[in-house]
Design a protein around this ligand. Structure first.
Ligand code: DC
Length: 221
């Protein structure tokens, strides 16, 4: 049985960085599930279609294969804000979520390269994808802190952006992700809430590892 760590939280909460570091520390495999929704969004953008077209989004999600997922998630366009917006729209379509479920659960159950466990990060890992995960974290930060972090990241990548636009984009995306009918962004009842607003990456990592090591199956790891 693979040991699963479920990490959920809103955009720019720091969950991706945290998930990668936890996976590397424990020698676990890592799946950024947002990348799967971004892959569907990117396919739709490249088809020149409207991401809000639910039928076409479902067809695009069902057509993904492990190979095409590998290619799309390595594409630099996956990280573009336009792709993030499209991902947030297609992810509200129930048939898109259903199409991506097996891939995520297979990864958790049988992580690649024979890893002893898997870290999955996203919005609904602890609530829907892996409700039995023995360690669940919900990573948050205030909207303003998350917008600051995203702005810094964009400027660091040489992409021009202004704080007000980034903040608005963040608020729009939060609203879509939290208010959708299917698998909305909510903490699982048994998740450890980690607010990173006033923590640096090191402090967030230490708090997460202390929690994880207190969970069944993780002591001594
Ligand atoms: O984490 P991210 O920014 O890469 O996610 C992109 C979008 O995908 C996000 O706005 C919501 C959606 N998503 C989701 O609905 N469920 C997940 N498990 C992961 C992401």
């Amino acid at each position: 049985m693979s040991l699963v760590i479920a990490i959920d939280g809103p955009a720019a909460s720091g969950k991706g960085t945290l998930a990668r570091r936890i996976a590397a520390t424990l020698g676990f495999a890592h799946l950024d599930t947002g990348g799967l929704y971004r892959a569907v969004g990117l396919v739709r953008l490249r088809q020149g279609g409207d991401p809000a077209d639910a039928v076409a989004a479902a067809v695009a999600a069902r057509s993904l294969t492990p190979d095409s997922i590998g290619t799309l998630t390595a594409d630099p366009a996956l990280r573009a804000d336009e792709t993030a917006r499209a991902a947030s729209v297609v992810s509200a379509v129930p048939a898109v979520r259903a199409a991506l479920l097996d891939f995520q659960r297979d990864f958790a159950r049988t992580p690649p390269a024979g890893a002893a466990g898997a870290v999955l990060d996203g919005r609904d890992i602890g609530t829907v994808v892996c409700p039995d995960a023995p360690a669940k974290l919900f990573v948050t930060a205030t909207t303003e802190v998350r917008a600051e972090r995203r702005l810094k990241e964009l400027l660091g990548r040489g992409i021009g952006a202004i704080y007000a636009d980034v903040l608005k984009d963040m608020l729009d995306r939060d609203a879509r992700d939290s208010q959708r009918a299917v698998a909305p962004l909510v903490p699982a009842a048994d998740a450890f809430l980690l607010d990173t607003s006033s923590l640096d990456a090191e402090q967030a990592f230490d708090a997460a590892m202390t929690f994880i090591r207190s969970r069944p199956g993780f002591s001594g790891r």
